[in-house]
Design a protein around this ligand. Structure first.
Ligand SMILES: Nc1ncnc2c1ncn2[C@@H]1O[C@H](COP(=O)(O)OP(=O)(O)OP(=O)(O)O)[C@@H](O)[C@H]1O
Length: 316
């Protein structure tokens, strides 16, 4: 029998079966708890070793197989992005963070727009759409992200659609090269406090993981500290290198040629992506004459005008 009791258990919808018969506990967990001898696998073959550090603390001694240290795709950086993983702090948009239009149906518009803008940015610098999955911890947010995609780039053949937009729970057992993750909540940690959900969320990406969240909330949650201590050791504003194209020619360990630009919030990212797209389409038209390119809708309007992008002096 094979299983990972550090990931999420089966969903049992019947309350009596779930609580009284304890059927929420998988057979594998039951056997482990009864002291049945088990063998722990001690090497993962999915992700860059740096990404695996976000969840290997939960296992006895989880190292990495040689191919994730040696193969070129694992040695190269992610084009256009300074870091191969980052926690991006997302503030309120027009005074709103999480919202709950109906009970337990959580949404966060700032994160939805930020995630979609990042997806569009990645597409414009050459990432294949099928290499990117968008995950979130709530069904409400999944629907909101799908709506934002439809509105911003749904019918745009230059951008296309991500491989999947779904919840962490539904994505258990699946993987993709690049994962954009929205954690939604801004007032309470909610069900990410279940470390098994955190482990699933952190372990889906092979090459890049970008987490959009209210940083102060999650980094102060005791259960999540091993992962969030690593995440918060890096700056929590998105660092972009828009002159790079996918596939990246920069090694993960190499300093980029240009100084990165930092994005302070969602409206700034949305405006940047809007301008970046228009500049690219104009350039295509200049060089290739007429092309059929959709124009983007104006970026989301906040109460304040988005600030100008900042160039970082040097990079750490
Ligand atoms: N020995 C190996 N050689 C090459 N690639 C490997 C090896 N082992 C695992 N992988 C890669 O790692 C990925 C994850 O492996 P697998 O799906 O077996 O893990 P898992 O434990 O079922 O993952 P999870 O339950 O976390 O989704 C595979 O898709 C494969 O790409």
């Amino acid at each position: 029998m094979i299983g990972d009791h550090h990931q999420l258990p089966p969903v049992v919808k019947n309350m009596a079966f779930q609580k009284f018969s304890n059927m929420e506990q998988s057979l594998f967990t039951r056997l482990v708890r009864l002291g049945v001898p088990t063998v722990d696998l001690d090497a993962q073959g999915r992700a860059r070793a740096s990404l695996a550090n976000l969840y290997n603390w939960r296992y006895k001694k989880l190292g990495s197989l040689p191919h994730v240290l040696e193969r070129p795709e694992f040695r190269m950086a992610n084009a256009g992005l300074l870091y191969e993983f980052q926690l991006i702090d997302v503030g309120d948009f027009n005074g709103v963070g999480e919202s709950e239009p109906t009970p337990y149906y959580y949404q966060n518009l700032a994160e939805a727009e930020y995630v979609v803008a990042t997806f569009m940015y990645m597409r414009m610098i050459g990432y294949p759409a099928e290499d990117i999955s968008i995950l979130t911890t709530y069904n409400g947010q999944k629907h909101l992200i799908r709506d934002v995609i439809k509105q911003r780039c749904g019918d745009n053949p230059l951008i296309g659609q991500p491989h999947k937009v779904t919840t962490v729970d539904r994505y258990q057992g699946q993987q993709n090269n690049f994962i954009l993750l929205s954690l939604v909540r801004t007032k309470a940690v909610g069900h990410l406090r279940d470390v098994r959900r955190l482990i699933v969320a952190m372990s889906r990406a092979r090459l890049g993981l970008y987490i959009f969240a209210r940083s102060s909330l999650f980094s102060n949650c005791f259960e999540l500290t091993p992962a969030f201590n690593i995440l918060t050791a890096r700056p929590q504003v998105l660092h972009l290198l828009p002159n790079e194209c996918h596939p990246c020619k920069r090694k993960l360990s190499e300093r980029p040629k240009d100084d990165p630009i930092t994005v302070s919030d969602m409206p700034q990212m949305a405006q940047f992506v809007y301008d970046f797209y228009n500049a690219r389409v104009d350039e295509l038209m200049r060089h290739r004459g007429f092309i059929r390119a959709n124009r983007l809708q104006a970026p989301p309007k906040g109460n304040k005008k988005p600030a100008a992008l900042k160039k970082e002096d040097g990079n750490d």
